[in-house]
Design a protein around this ligand. Structure first.
Ligand SMILES: *[C@@H]1O[C@H](CO)[C@@H](O)[C@H](O)[C@H]1NC(C)=O
Ligand SMILES: *[C@@H]1O[C@H](CO)[C@@H](O)[C@H](O)[C@H]1NC(C)=O
Ligand SMILES: *[C@@H]1O[C@H](CO)[C@@H](O)[C@H](O)[C@H]1NC(C)=O
Ligand SMILES: *[C@@H]1O[C@H](CO)[C@@H](O)[C@H](O)[C@H]1NC(C)=O
Ligand SMILES: *[C@@H]1O[C@H](CO)[C@@H](O)[C@H](O)[C@H]1NC(C)=O
Length: 332
């Protein structure tokens, strides 16, 4: 029998490959929210997170002009940093909250915590359960589930370390440490090393914002005591936040926040330097994209990109445009 992913990959190979993009957008999020990350509900709707002023979780249906709606607000933090669908239960999520200042470009020490968010059947409002403080981490960022286990991996952008947290036992341990995960002192005060992380195709992939790379090494998330090895750099010269991998062929789609664009690095390209699929440094099509994810059931075909609006507004606090979700069909 075909494994589910192999069946999906075969299906993706069938349509003729064209190079047009069909682009649609949600309504804007309210002003002043930095839209940081996204996960999908079983319905396909997006749960998007806000940073900067209030720790909202918005739900947004995946269709043109959909209106983002606040479904939950954390009271004990100014932002929601990370979200991932739970590895073990449908419509359950693991979420990290904390306080980050866009004026000082720094996190509030000791402000981060990890929670479980569950939607009871037929309820639009989640139940939220505090799991643990994350005081050992400086600035949690990328968060992913380890498939088939109760654990998640957490990228700490400021310390340049990847942690593993078991959501059942609440045990927190270092998973991976390497120079390619570190921020660059020369980038201060914008200290962002490892940012997005993914487990796919038998590899642990990560982006590093300051080093402007994506790299990978064989990994499953289950290694004990942790992962070791030398990463292979697969993308260079990418001012990147988060990214997604095409599980079928290894192509990479890159949320390049500082250059307002969606980057693309084909797995079979000779060059590690990405091309630009949408947007550009002076373009308003994708302003400060922060994360990219496949739409539900549309792996290889349709991307959802979160963006926050003009980046300078978080410095000047003169907010002119809200963030939004951009829906990109690749093979139209
Ligand atoms: C984080 O922000 C919240 C909401 O403003 C505040 O109540 C809390 O004291 C802050 N925590 C830290 C550690 O700064
Ligand atoms: C607020 O957050 C801090 C830091 O994560 C945590 O220690 C504290 O228990 C939280 N308080 C409430 C009321 O949730
Ligand atoms: C990539 O490498 C192949 C084989 O060496 C070569 O034929 C092709 O021209 C190269 N393409 C580019 C864009 O450099
Ligand atoms: C973007 O705009 C700046 C300022 O107007 C200009 O100097 C730069 O050449 C532009 N870059 C591109 C790629 O268009
Ligand atoms: C805020 O930005 C808008 C648009 O760029 C500009 O017209 C306005 O003067 C700015 N307001 C302040 C107080 O700087």
């Amino acid at each position: 029998m075909l494994s589910p992913i192999y069946a999906i990959c075969l299906a993706i190979l069938l349509p003729a490959v064209t190079h047009g993009l069909k682009v649609e957008r949600s309504q804007n999020f309210p002003l002043s929210f930095e839209i940081e990350n996204v996960a999908l509900r079983p319905s396909g709707a997006a749960l998007a997170l806000s940073y900067a002023s209030e720790a909202h979780i918005f739900e947004v249906p995946i269709r043109a002009n959909a209106t983002p709606k606040v479904i939950y607000t954390f009271q004990n933090a100014t932002g929601v940093a990370s979200i991932t669908a739970s590895p073990l239960k449908e419509d359950e999520y693991i979420v990290i909250t904390g306080n980050f200042s866009f004026l000082t470009i720094a996190p509030a020490p000791g402000s981060y915590a990890i929670h479980r968010l569950t939607f009871p059947p037929h309820s639009a409002t989640p139940i939220v359960e505090f799991l643990a403080p994350l005081t050992a981490l400086s600035q949690p960022n990328g968060l992913i589930a380890v498939p088939g286990t109760p654990s998640v991996l957490i990228a700490d952008s400021r310390d340049g370390i990847v942690w593993r947290f078991n959501t059942k036992t609440l045990k927190l341990e270092q998973y991976f440490d390497h120079p390619l995960l570190k921020p660059l002192a020369s980038s201060a005060p914008i200290l962002f090393g490892v940012n997005g992380i993914k487990l796919t195709r038998g590899y642990f992939y990560f982006s590093n914002s300051n080093q402007e790379i994506v790299a990978r090494l064989p990994g499953t998330g289950c290694e004990t005591p942790g992962l070791s090895g030398t990463p292979e750099i697969v993308v260079t010269e990418t001012p990147i936040d988060d990214f997604i991998v095409n599980e079928c062929n290894g192509d990479l789609y890159l949320a390049q926040n500082f250059v307002n664009s969606l980057g693309f690095r084909a797995a079979k390209s000779n060059s590690t330097v990405p091309t630009i699929l949408l947007g550009g440094v002076n373009s308003t099509e994708l302003q400060e994209p922060s994360a990219v994810i496949w739409a539900k059931g549309e792996e290889g075909r349709k991307l959802i990109v979160t963006s926050s609006g003009p980046v300078e507004q978080f410095e000047t606090q003169n907010f002119t445009e809200g963030g939004r979700l951009t829906f990109i069909e690749l093979d139209s």
